[in-house]
Every structure is written in C-alpha cells, then in structure tokens.
Ligand binder design. Structure first.
Ligand SMILES: [Fe+2]
Length: 346
C-alpha cells in the first residue's frame, strides 16, 4: 500500500521559493508500521540493529584503516604516537573525511549499495527509486592530543525548508559505547523545528562555521541557549551507542553533532543518505552526474543543494601535498551504483 504522496515535485528548492507555506515533500499518513518506522516517526531518530554482519563491519574497518595508510604519511593504527594530524589526511572535526575523492571510494559505494541499507530507505520513503548523497566517512582516533575540539550542535536543514525533506543515516562499523565518541542527538528536536524557527534566529558563530561566502547551506549552528530551549521543551540530548553493523537514521531537522572518542576504540562510520529520485530536478541530476564523474563529494542532501565539495584540503595554510582527485580504489559502476548516483534512470 502506498501511503506517501508527493506534494511538491520541484524539490530543487531555490532560496526565493523557500518561504512557501508548505514545502513538505511527502505526507506520511499516520499509522502503525510495526517496525522501526514507528519509533522514527515518533522521535525523529532510530537505531536499527545488525543491518550488516559483524564480519562485514570488520571488512569496512580494515578498508578505512588501509585508506589512511594509503597516504603514506606514517600513520600506524598500532602506534598511538602516529595518531596526529601530520600522519593523517586532512579531516574536519578530528575525523570526517570529504576530500581526496573519498566520497567515491569503492568502500563508500559498497556501503551505499548494501541491500539492507537500501531496504531501509526504500521502506522509509516507500519507493524503490532512490538517489543517494555523495557523503563522507568518519574515522576518529581516540584521545587525540593535537586537537582543539568543541561541541557544534547543528541541524542539516535550512530553516526555510519546513517539514521532513531529508533523512540522514550512518552505518557504524566499530563498537561504539559511552566513551567511544560518536553521534549526539537531541531526541525530539525535529518536531520542534517550525516552532523554534518561527522567530528569527541567528546561526551561532561557531569557530568551525563555514565562511560566509559559502551561501545557502543546509546548516544551522545552535548556541548553548538554543540547546537549552529544546531541553526546556522536553527534548533529551542522547549519545547514540552502537554495535558494529548498526545503522542510525535521523530527520535532518534534528539537532546533532559528533563527539570525539576518549576510550581505546577507533570510531569507524560511513554517512549515507537517500531520498526519492522524483524529488530531484533535471538540473540537480545533471550536477550530480558531474560530481559522480569527477569523484566530487556533495552535502548530505541527495536531491538538492548539490553543492560540489571543491574545497581543497588545507594543511598549514597550503593545499595538502597529498591532495588527489580520484579515489585510491574506484567504485564498480554497477547498475545499483549508477541508479543511486542519479546517473541512470530507473
Ligand atoms: Fe550534521
């Protein structure tokens, strides 16, 4: 039974069109699903257990470690003295990798095309015709001594987009307990998105905020006062603990951030988002095709805000000498890959 309904097929929402009264892309008929969707629609987030096997998760962990070693900067996963920036490719917030063609590494595409991963998004959006973001991965080494880290509560949906328009996910590869860093979610905050943004709000001037010349991003940074606003209304800031192979989904309106690990375990994650292909305009698909062919990453958004991540990884004020425009291991251009990339029609 199809219970979703497209309300606006012109999903490449331009800034000037954002203030339309009701730009929700899909209406979900309230009902009981009898699976993880009940919790997701109630809280705006849900953990789905054992999506891939422990062996498969280990395979991805090993691939990610090998990827770090491919740069030949002296990183050794068994020697903590090498867990510093000089021995690692350039990352954001201590472990998020978007550059170096990493969004198109074979392992990233293998994760996106895991049948169980696709199944989640097929169930969620009630269509088999999906496209995915060209998102990054997170490999965070614990107890880094060379990092200044601060929490950066944010949501990845522009306040002008109302309703649920994107759902983010991550596939977790390593044991991730209370001390292993990872995803912090303000449970219940997605439902308060409209109420919060009914007033004019200024995105917090965080030290890691994007430069103002990067306009119109689906990113809003919250201040400590904003965090309290959500708590005062019954939301709960939770640290999501996960086992290898688990998957977490959250509505892009949800306040969240990632914590650095403080235990002994390296954090291994692939960010994965999918939305229906019908949400994308032909221009968005054209841009996606270019990104796919040039191994460029995108934002978390699969169908719009296809802002090619062309920023070079900077090291000590210069472009990292290890910068590269291709993955070490290119993906196989299978039917599933080409369809999810938006390159091939269903
Ligand atoms: Fe985010």
């Amino acid at each position: 039974m199809i219970s979703t309904q497209v309300k606006n097929t012109s999903a490449e929402v331009q800034p000037q069109a954002l203030d339309q009264a009701n730009p929700d892309l899909v209406s979900f008929t309230p009902r009981t699903y009898g699976d993880w969707r009940d919790e997701f629609h109630k809280n705006g987030c849900v953990v789905i257990k054992n999506l891939i096997s422990a062996e498969r998760a280990q395979y991805y962990r090993e691939k990610q470690i090998q990827w770090l070693k491919n740069f030949e900067l002296g990183f050794d996963e068994n020697d903590e003295a090498t867990w510093t920036a000089e021995h690692l490719p350039v990352s954001f917030k201590g472990g998020m990798y978007f550059a170096y063609g990493s969004c198109h590494e074979k392992m990233a595409w293998e994760a996106r095309t895991e049948p169980a991963v696709i199944d989640i998004f097929e169930k969620l959006w009630e269509t088999k015709e999906l496209i995915c973001s060209f998102d990054g991965m997170n490999i965070s080494l614990p107890r880094r001594k060379d990092l200044n880290w601060s929490p950066w509560p944010h949501c990845d949906q522009n306040p002008e987009r109302k309703g649920m328009q994107a759902v983010q996910g991550l596939l977790n590869y390593a044991p991730n307990g209370p001390k292993d860093g990872g995803l912090m979610l303000m449970k219940g905050s997605a439902k308060l998105f409209n109420e919060f943004f009914a007033h004019k709000r200024e995105s917090f001037d965080h030290e890691d905020a994007p430069p103002p010349e990067i306009k119109y991003m689906d990113l809003f940074l919250f201040s400590e006062k904003d965090v309290q606003w959500f708590k005062d209304r019954g939301c709960e800031l939770i640290k999501v603990n996960m086992e290898p192979g688990d998957f977490v989904l959250w509505d892009s309106r949800t306040m969240h951030y990632a914590c650095l690990p403080e235990g002994d375990q390296i954090r291994h994650v692939q960010y994965i988002c999918m939305t229906p292909r019908r949400f994308a305009t032909s221009d968005a698909l054209k841009l996606k095709k270019e990104c796919f062919e040039n191994f460029t990453g995108t934002t978390h958004w699969p169908h719009c805000n296809i802002r090619p991540a062309k920023e070079k990884p900077m090291r000590d004020g210069e472009v990292c000498p290890k910068d590269r425009s291709e993955p070490f291991e290119k993906p196989e251009k299978t039917d599933a890959v080409l369809k999810l990339a938006g390159v091939k029609a269903y």
